[in-house]
Design a protein around this ligand. Structure first.
Ligand code: ZN
Length: 89
């Protein structure tokens, strides 16, 4: 599933927050350790409103989809987020 991210504030691996506008990429879910989805991040100091991050573990992928051929969003690999709003978007 390809989606476009509109007007989101995205948490980067280095802890900074980047605003995005119509960024295209692929959202997928194979199983609990292989997916690429957005989640709401913890509150960030000095940033107003919702901040999202892209989590993309790809462990034990059954290779039903070849992620090397997909346009992917950059994965967030910084400090673990503990926000309880875990619903993927
Ligand atoms: Zn997979």
């Amino acid at each position: 599933m390809t989606g476009a991210l509109q007007n989101e504030q995205l948490l980067q691996t280095d802890g900074s927050v980047k605003k995005t506008l119509n960024q295209a990429g692929t959202l997928f879910y194979c199983h609990s350790t292989c997916y690429g989805q957005f989640f709401e991040a913890d509150a960030v100091a000095d940033v107003r409103g919702r901040v999202m991050y892209h989590e993309r573990p790809t462990k034990n992928c059954p290779a039903v989809l070849d992620i090397n051929n997909l346009r992917l969003f950059d994965a967030y690999e910084g400090a673990r987020q503990v926000n309880s709003k875990r619903q993927p978007r």
